[in-house]
Design a protein around this ligand. Structure first.
Ligand code: TXA
Ligand code: MG
Length: 340
């Protein structure tokens, strides 16, 4: 049975730290999603993380630090642009790739010379980091390829059956989508968005200034590329999901009859209200708020995965996605089946 630890009890915080120091993996809340944390510089801790998640060791882990000062001892070089991004967005949902030094085990980065580092904003995670005084590796606390957890119960549902020892209950995650991962190339004056996430591409563009070009790494480029972890199928519910960038009542009914399904077989998920669809649907934000939609995304997807319908139909906003909607699209595209 997984221990559900309460942060208001100091003895339970101490217990988290003791477990981590014994090279156990413990699930912790962050402002984005729950992470499965372990000592980033200890192979035993890293091995437990990979095994609990059933994650291939080709997929590197993000290292979490208290603040930008703690990065110095982990990397070979620091560029002014990397410093600027840390100063602007840390603590917060931005992960930056750095050239690692030998203090980071190859297992942590899947043999890549690059290590992904971020400083989380969640005060409980910060409290643990301050106590442990070591960097913590933490992938999202779900089984590999599945929906990310945004509350302690989600973590227990995902990893409890596989022997997770403890989760620290920090309530519902504030942002609900993972951090944005970037790689800064100062020579080529390019910033690559390796994974879209809780910090929008627009915010990154503004911070980078006109001298830098912002490029998106194509998702689904496969595990053997230099984008490990950017697998085609990811963030996926157990039941089939199909994603439509736009949909009308007529095109929905047409699709259902072609595929021998009826309205009662499906759960409809929309990002914003879709007045043209008469069928009942679950809307991520009634008030067209990107932030609210992001915060509700994984939670709603998990609910629909657990109800009794046969499949999930997700509907986009019917326009070019920007901001956090782009990050939601990325996850919907990768969690969905190809159209039959
Ligand atoms: O918000 C988050 O980032 C959460 C919380 C717990 O901090 N963590 C998270 O980790 O989402 P994870 O392991 O589920 O996703 C990390 C992704 C990898 O799949 C990979 O795409 C990218 O970050 N990544 C990590 N290290 C990398 C590296 N060395 N090179 C390229 N991509 C890397
Ligand atoms: Mg993940």
């Amino acid at each position: 049975m997984t221990l559900l630890l309460r942060p208001e009890r100091e003895a339970q915080i101490e217990r988290v730290c003791r477990l981590l120091n014994q090279c156990k993996a413990v699930a912790l809340p962050t402002e984005t999603v729950y992470g499965l944390a372990g000592l980033a510089q200890k192979e035993d801790s890293l091995a437990e993380i990979f095994s609990l998640k059933a994650r291939p060791t080709l997929d590197p882990l993000i290292v979490h630090v208290e603040n930008s000062q703690k990065v110095r001892s982990l990397v070979k070089t620091l560029s002014p642009m990397q410093e600027k991004f840390m100063e602007l967005f840390w603590p917060g949902p931005l992960t930056i790739l750095f050239e690692k030094n030998e203090s980071i085990p190859d297992l942590c980065t899947a043999n890549s010379p690059w290590v992904a580092i971020r400083s989380p904003k969640n005060p409980l995670f910060q409290k643990i980091l301050a106590n442990i005084q070591q960097p913590l590796a933490a992938p999202s606390a779900n089984r590999f390829g599945r929906i990310s957890p945004t509350c302690a119960q989600d973590v227990i549902d995902e990893l409890g059956p596989f022997g997770l020892e403890a989760v620290l209950d920090g309530g519902r995650c504030e942002m609900g989508l993972e951090s944005t991962v970037i790689k800064i190339d100062d020579k080529e004056k390019k910033i690559e968005i390796v994974r879209a996430g809780s910090l929008s591409a627009e915010d990154i563009t503004k911070a980078a200034g006109p001298a830098y070009e912002i490029i998106f790494r194509k998702s689904g480029s496969g595990i053997m590329t230099d984008a490990p972890g950017q697998l085609e199928v990811h963030y996926a519910p157990r039941k089939p999901m199909y994603f439509f960038e736009s949909l009308t009542q007529a095109s929905l009914e047409d699709w259902l009859s072609k595929n021998n399904n009826s309205l009662s077989d499906i759960s409809l998920l929309s990002i914003f209200p879709q007045a043209q669809i008469k069928a009942p649907h679950h809307t991520l934000s009634q008030s067209h708020s990107e932030k609210e939609a992001a915060a509700n995304f994984f939670k709603t997807l998990r609910q629909l995965d657990n109800n009794s319908t046969k499949l999930i139909i997700a509907v986009g906003i019917g326009a070019q996605p920007t901001g956090l909607i782009k990050a939601i699209y990325d996850r919907l595209q990768r969690g969905s089946h190809k159209q039959p």
